[in-house]
Ligand binder design. Structure first.
Ligand SMILES: Cc1ncc(C[n+]2csc(CCOP(=O)(O)OP(=O)(O)O)c2C)c(N)n1
Length: 640
């Protein structure tokens, strides 16, 4: 490493010649590969933007000029060139650098994200603020072709073109979302980038346009008309031009000098500009270049020399895998079952469904809002759509769930993967708000299975419902290792399940996979003479009111447990139920605190929130304070 350790900010790039920049690019790539090999992360995207990052930081004066990275997963190079090389080894580690951008990490991170498609709206907002304040700096948004399929990116483009504000949009087009990018817009971009005839034609037309003589007013009008119609016919980028943005490109996104040229040109344009930059996802590292589909997150840990993943012991099946197998089996029996993903076929397990039922699986692009209303349309025609989406990403489609699905009582199934704490992806990706944003919607049912076998039943239960939507929430990663059902059966509707009955000192109501911790807590407490009843609530809505009310009355103390924010979640639902029935008991709601939880180890994060056997046991003890002495004495057989 010769150059990178010397770069403590973009100012250190000034005056570096082409050779030095090339060397620096190699060092940035090497650092990214070596770090992600150990820590995991978004490898392909950041490898693809190395030259673009160098060009941006040599042409613009960050942070005075604002560089906004859409999503922020492709910005490892930006981190390295803005003074974070010394901490880069801590990337995505607890307490270390975030895998996305963070305003508190650096003044160069002018915008935080994690969800795709926000950069253009943010850029226009910043540009308008600049104009109102009378400033002149540049505002640059770097957006991928995948993120450009997001509804809000298109809404912003529409607004940018209309506003004619000075915004520079850098379209980082690698033809990939996480998987191959899909849609009409990506096909259009692919034609711009790849059809040589198209490009040749552009050159010919430009040549011709320059030579149309402008003699006399009639001739001028005719010439203008000819120019316009020729432009309409063949000029690349006309879609963007028609929207009001000057189109520059396509440009080789791995040629720093060409990128610098085009970015400088962009700064000369008074209105909005779109620079179409063509990159290769995973560029400069053979394993990722060979497998761009897998390059998004390489899965680590791996050997940086070969890209080979280190062998891991064969794990238990993941929740995603069990969901996908159960869905395939259900779809085999019922031709009405169809599936929808918003650009996450692998992550949600729908890639396997698509292989089996290509005509019944729909990847709609990074378009969660559209995915939900599209599912509503399918359901309105009698199909049984399953919208498989990460808990965090369904946040974007809240109104569609309310207005298009629930309001019409349509039987759409929402399979919410990654519900709960997610680990290294951090604050923007935590799936900890879904109960709060779903449970108050009239007609919505919400099930959280305690393990992967119950997930099988939960999916069948949801698919069997025909009078409204049902959401299933299940966590990231491996199941608990319980035996799966050969012939899964649906759950009794709205019924919880008693898991432990050791006494009526306290009722522990647990939701989802934390049931296992609640059962462990019960055993710990029993040794202490505290006899609790543990219930697997299963349904967060409708709650099993009869069971909960009768046991709460009998116990006089209730602890609720959920892997979700404690505000507005399952515990809140239980408290509302108790209050509505005048059941006055001591109660404690165990959930996550009212804050954005950063990246970290899920087990640690749950433990520090009391969401573990020890935490549940102490919550029970806390409620029983005053009674404990008597209970312990009882356990030792001493009369009181
Ligand atoms: C709203 C939302 N849905 C899904 C995702 C998951 N996701 C992260 S990156 C990505 C692909 C982005 O593709 P693109 O913008 O082309 O960037 P590239 O990774 O190809 O550089 C997806 C689908 C997300 N971050 N946000």
């Amino acid at each position: 490493m010769e150059w990178l350790p010397r770069v403590s900010g973009p100012e250190d790039l000034v005056g570096l010649d082409a050779e030095a920049l090339q060397q620096l690019a190699a060092e940035v790539r090497q650092t990214i590969v070596e770090t992600v090999a150990g820590n995991g992360g978004h490898l392909g995207a950041s490898l693809g933007t190395v030259e673009l990052t160098l060009a941006l930081h040599t042409v613009f004066d960050s942070p005075t000029d604002r560089i906004i990275w859409d999503t922020g997963h492709q910005a490892y190079g930006h981190k390295l060139l803005t003074g974070r090389f010394p901490q880069f080894a801590t990337l995505r580690q607890p307490g270390g650098l975030s895998g996305f951008l963070k305003r508190r990490e650096s003044p160069h991170d002018v915008w935080e994200a994690g969800h795709a498609g926000t950069s253009l709206s943010a850029a226009l907002g910043m540009a308008k603020a600049r104009d109102l304040k009378g400033d002149r700096h540049a505002v640059v948004a770097v957006i991928g072709d995948g993120a450009l399929t997001a509804g809000m990116a298109l809404e912003a483009l529409n607004n940018i073109g209309h506003s004619q504000s000075r915004v520079i949009v850098v379209l980082n087009d690698n033809g990939m979302s996480i998987s191959r990018n899909v849609g009409a817009l990506p096909s259009y971009l692919a034609r711009l980038r790849t059809e040589p005839a198209y490009l040749r034609l552009r050159e010919d037309v430009q040549w011709l346009l320059q030579r149309v003589p402008l003699i006399g007013p009639a001739m001028v009008r005719t010439a203008q008309r000819v120019k316009e119609s020729l432009k309409h016919l063949v000029l690349p980028g006309m879609l963007f031009e028609e929207l009001g943005l000057t189109y520059l490109g396509p440009i080789d996104g791995h040629n720093v000098a060409a990128l610098q040229d085009v970015l400088r040109q962009a700064t000369q344009v008074e209105g909005p500009v779109l620079c179409h930059v063509v990159t290769v996802k995973g560029k400069g590292y053979a394993p990722t270049e060979e497998k761009p589909e897998a390059s998004h997150s390489w899965g680590g840990p791996f050997d940086p020399k070969t890209g080979k993943l280190f062998a891991r012991a064969a794990g238990r099946p993941t929740f995603t895998r069990v969901f996908s197998d159960t869905l395939i089996a259900a779809a085999t029996r019922d031709p009405r079952v169809v599936a929808i993903t918003a650009a996450m076929p692998e992550g949600t397990g729908l890639d396997r469904f698509a292989e089996r039922f290509p005509d019944r699986c729909f990847d709609v692009g990074i378009a969660e809002q559209h995915a939900v209303t599209f599912a509503a349309g399918l359901a309105a025609e009698g199909l049984r759509p399953v919208c498989a989406v990460y808990s965090t990403f369904l946040q974007r489609a809240y109104d569609q769930v309310v207005h298009d699905v629930a309001h019409q009582s349509l039987p759409v199934v929402f399979a919410l993967d990654r519900a709960g704490v997610v680990g290294a992806d951090g604050a923007t990706h935590q799936g900890v708000f879904d109960i709060a944003y779903l449970r108050h919607i009239p007609g919505m049912a919400l099930i959280a299975p305690k393990d992967e076998a119950e997930l099988q039943s939960a999916l069948l239960t949801a698919l069997a419902r025909d009078d409204g939507p049902t959401a299933l929430r299940y966590p990231r990663g491996e199941g608990l290792g319980v035996p799966l059902q050969e012939e899964p059966v649906p759950l009794p509707w709205g019924r919880g399940e008693i898991l432990v009955e050791q006494g009526r000192d306290c009722l522990v109501l647990a939701l989802g996979t934390l049931c296992a911790e609640a059962v462990r807590a019960a055993h710990v407490l029993a040794e202490d003479g505290v006899g609790v009843t543990v219930v697997n609530a299963r349904f967060c809505k409708p709650l099993d009111a009869d069971l909960i009310l009768s046991l709460a009355r009998a116990c006089g103390a209730v602890v609720t447990v959920e892997e979700h924010t404690a505000t507005g979640g399952f515990g809140s639902a239980v408290l509302e139920l108790l209050a509505a029935h005048d059941v006055a008991v001591r109660a404690s709601v165990l959930g996550l605190a009212d804050l954005f939880l950063d990246h970290g180890r899920p087990a640690d994060q749950l433990r520090s929130s009391g969401l573990c056997a020890g935490g549940i046991a102490s919550a029970v003890r806390g409620l029983l304070e005053g009674q404990l002495g008597a209970l312990r004495a009882g356990a030792r057989g001493v009369g009181v």
